[in-house]
Ligand binder design. Sequence first.
Ligand code: ZN
Length: 131
Amino acid sequence: MEKITVRTGKRQEFFDVTDSVNGVVKKSGVNSGVCHMYVPHTTCGLTINENADPSVKADIISVLEKLVPEDGRYAHSEGNSDAHVKSSMTGHFLCVLVEGGTLQLGTWQGIYLCEFDGPRTRQIWIKVMKQ
Ligand code: ZN
């Protein structure tokens, strides 16, 4: 297993990790297979979405904030309940096919670590498997 460490800079942001994950894929030497990615955290997530227009990321964050506001009424007393909920909404796990030694993403797709309670140091655990 490989680990990528990410230092996020805001309370909420989508941090592009596509190049870093592709670096792990190349280092693995796997030409054809699957790349598994996992975040071992309870207030961030992983997703794939558009990598061209940054307003798409802003829109997703804005919609999640409307659905699950930071200042909503929650039982959890740590003050980051919205981040826990958003983390479960985005999920912690991604799987992308690898061919030709590189991630097989659509033209407009990027891989994002979704920060909901930053700034924090986050990890992505990655396993590239030959198939
Ligand atoms: Zn908490």
